[in-house]
Structures are given as structure tokens and as C-alpha cells.
Ligand binder design. Structure first.
Ligand code: MLT
Length: 411
């Protein structure tokens, strides 16, 4: 009989957002008339921008004709999309990238989950706490986590970098040497950001310790403040130590369409078992071409269209829409005297649960009494206990209604 990968048995419960969906479904079954407002999983609600759908329609028409039909495309992405990314997302900010440093994919969740495969089994992994659960769980599956300590609600071999109100949600450098550091900015779930100087501390640490930073920048498009860096490569020398992940999911309504990209600079090296330098981009390319057949042509045409003048305008108004929602939630909750964080450069609002409720107790209260689904902070890690996340991705109507419902609760 086949034996399983034992590491999978170290995984705790179900994936956070599946658990929330399960509880929501159960509540609806028991309360079929409840008008639920979902501000839980960060899923967008606005339609695709017109520039995107136009480009996708015409791409479909091209595929319908044998003379313009395309089958398998380059696994790394079509040149037209790579060029648009490099030009608009990087060159325009003074960062030079080559075509072979950008890898288009079907999502940042997949990329941040898969990236660990190219590093050694004994790599020491550091994550922020609270953290997007994919970073942790994929390392558990790979056997890097050690066993789960139920009391601490943490894995023994993972280095957790606590982010709470005491440090303004900015992690301290690890006290021991780590090999892989997952950083997410603008942060999911806290919605907080780092300045360039703060980011530089991490780049310096990585250089001194031969570590690699896995920089998840899926929410970059939501940055509003001038002094917040958009890319880790704005820090000098970061190309030698960092991989950056970006996504069209939240920016352009692609959560269902699926398209993202990962930047692996040629300067980034890691050691092989004999101590020789290996170019990480070559390994990622090897993995990508082996396990992935590229994002569909139609999708890539849609993604490229967001860089057209109309596309940019439409994206800006999408971002404005969601960030106005963020302001409504943030200001509404603040006016109730709650401690509220994030929501300024990110579509997530992170709040301290009222009356000392733990995160799941507040989830149940919000669902039961206000019919609002949010995300319990503890689902992102122990440091998230006593916190709660709401997203700004709902409709305006639902966002306003949610704040009004919360206002009526006795907190
Ligand atoms: C979230 O709610 O944290 C995100 O939607 C998860 C994701 O993007 O996979």
C-alpha cells in the first residue's frame, strides 16, 4: 500500500478560508433569511474593467481563427505582457528588469506556495505573525515546520516574527539566523506598511545572513501614501536578496480570472550543497517550465490591457472604490471607539476585538448578531488572537450597511 507524505499530517485543521466558508454555510442553513454581508475572504466584487474585457473578447476572436490561433504559449508569459509589466510596474519607478526575470503565473497564492520547493529541506523559515497561512502550510507540507505546539499555536521549527500593536505591527529582525523570510507589504492581514528605511533593515539582514526575502506585494496597487515603497527593489541591493510576488487579482478583479507574476532577479544567488552559487532564477524557470504550461492567452491579453491608458484609468477608479470602502470601515469603527489599524494603504482593516473577546468569539458574535462574515485574527497566527480582519472589497452598499449593523451592536 502506498504511504503518504507524513508532513501533511502536521497540518492543522482546515485552510482558514475554507473553515470560514464552512461556518458561513452552516449559519445560512440554520438562518435561511439572514442577509449575510461577506467581508471575510479578500475577494473582489466589482466587474472586470472594460479595457480588460474588450481585450479578452478580441483575444477570443483571434483564437477562433486558425491563422491567429495560439496553442501552448511560453510558460513564463507572452512578451507583450512581460514588457508591459517591466515598463509600467518597474521601469517607471526607476527599476530595471530583464524579460527573463519575470514569470507570469496563475496566481500569487500558487507562487508563494510553490517557491519554497527550490530551497533545501533544512532551510529555516521566518514568517510574520499574523501571517497569510499559505506561507506556513506549504512549508509544513514540505517538512520544514517541525511539530505543532498546541499550547503556543505555533510550529516548533518556524521562526515567528510577532507583529502587534506594541511594535506597531512592524516585526523585529529575527534573533537567530534564518534562511527564508516571508514579508508581505502592504500587509495581509494587518493592512500595515513599512517605510523604505524599515525595508532596508531587512535587505541588510538578508545580505549579512545569506537569507532570501520572499516579498509578497499582492496589494501594491492599493498604496496611497507617497513615502510607502511599491517594490522591495526600491531598496538598493535588494535584487541580490529578494524575490517579489505581484498579482492582478485584487488590482484588476482577477481573483477568478487568475493571473499574477513573480520577479526573480538574475543577481539572486543561493548556495548548492558544495557551497557554489546557483542562480535562483534558473531553478525557478526550470520548475515553472516543468510544472506549468502558462497562463491562457486570453487572460494575458486582459492583464496587458490594464496598462493601456484606459486600463490605467479604470484600475485607478477600482482602487479608489475599494479604498473609499476601507475609509468607511476604518472611520466607522474608530467612531465607535475601537482600535483600528490598516485600511490606509491596503484594502484590509485590522481591529482589536472589543470587550476582550477572542477572535473566534467575535466572529460568532458578528455573524450571529449582525450577519457579517469577517476573518478571525487568530486564524493568521497566535499574535492575531484578539484581533479581527474586515475587507474593503465589498460593494459600497454592503460596506455602509455593515458599519451601520456594527454600530447597533452592543460591543
Ligand atoms: C485573503 O483573504 O487573505 C486573500 O483573499 C487570500 C488570497 O488572496 O488567497
Amino acid at each position: 500500500m502506498a504511504t503518504i507524505n507524513q508532513n501533511f499530517l502536521q497540518l492543522q485543521g482546515s485552510y482558514l478560508f475554507s473553515e470560514i466558508a464552512k461556518r458561513r454555510t452552516k449559519f445560512i442553513e440554520e438562518n435561511p433569511n439572514a442577509q449575510i454581508i461577506s467581508l471575510g475572504i479578500g475577494d473582489v466584487t466589482r466587474g472586470l474593467p472594460e479595457a480588460v474585457t474588450k481585450a479578452m473578447h478580441s483575444a477570443v476572436d483571434e483564437l477562433a481563427q486558425s491563422n491567429s490561433f495560439r496553442g501552448y504559449g511560453p510558460e513564463q508569459g507572452y512578451d507583450f505582457l512581460l514588457e508591459a509589466i517591466i515598463q509600467n510596474d518597474y521601469k517607471a519607478r526607476g527599476i530595471d528588469l530583464q524579460m527573463n526575470e519575470v514569470f507570469v503565473s496563475d496566481g500569487s497564492k500558487c507562487d508563494v506556495g510553490n517557491i519554497q520547493e527550490i530551497f533545501s529541506q533544512d532551510a529555516v523559515v521566518a514568517v510574520q505573525d499574523p501571517v497569510y497561512p499559505v506561507y506556513v502550510d506549504t512549508n509544513v507540507m514540505a517538512g520544514r515546520s517541525g511539530s505543532f505546539n498546541k499550547e503556543k499555536n505555533q510550529y516548533e521549527n518556524i521562526v515567528y516574527l510577532r507583529c502587534d500593536a506594541d511594535n506597531n505591527f512592524k516585526p523585529e529582525l529575527p534573533s537567530r539566523k534564518v534562511d527564508l523570510i516571508y514579508l508581505c507589504y502592504p500587509n495581509n492581514p494587518t493592512g500595515m506598511t513599512l517605510t523604505k528605511e524599515e525595508l532596508k533593515k531587512w535587505v541588510d539582514y538578508a545580505k549579512e545572513n545569506n537569507s532570501i526575502i520572499l516579498f509578497d506585494s499582492a496589494y501594491e496597487a492599493f498604496i496611497q501614501e507617497e513615502d510607502v515603497p511599491h517594490s522591495i527593489y526600491e531598496v538598493e541591493g535588494a535584487k541580490e536578496v529578494a524575490i517579489e510576488f505581484r498579482s492582478f487579482s485584487k488590482t484588476a478583479g482577477f481573483t477568478g480570472v487568475r493571473c499574477a507574476y513573480t520577479v526573480v532577479p538574475r543577481e539572486l544567488k543561493a548556495k548548492d550543497a558544495d557551497g557554489n552559487d546557483v542562480t535562483v532564477a534558473d531553478l525557478w524557470n526550470r520548475r515553472h517550465t516543468t510544472k506549468f504550461n502558462g497562463v491562457s492567452y486570453v487572460t494575458q491579453r486582459g492583464a496587458a490591457a490594464i496598462y493601456s491608458p484606459e486600463g490605467k484609468e479604470q484600475i485607478n477608479s477600482l482602487v479608489d472604490y475599494y479604498m473609499t470602502n476601507a475609509g468607511i470601515i476604518r472611520d466607522g469603527l474608530k467612531s465607535l471607539g475601537l482600535d483600528v489599524y490598516g485600511g490606509v494603504n491596503a484594502p484590509y482593516i485590522w481591529l482589536k476585538t472589543p470587550s476582550g473577546l477572542d477572535s473566534w468569539a467575535f466572529f460568532d458574535k458578528l455573524l450571529g448578531e449582525a450577519n457579517i462574515v469577517g476573518t478571525p485574527g487568530v486564524g493568521f497566527g497566535q499574535a492575531g488572537q484578539g484581533y479581527f480582519r474586515l475587507t474593503a472589497f465589498g460593494s459600497r452598499e454592503n460596506t455602509e450597511a455593515a458599519v451601520e449593523r456594527i454600530r447597533k451592536l452592543s460591543l
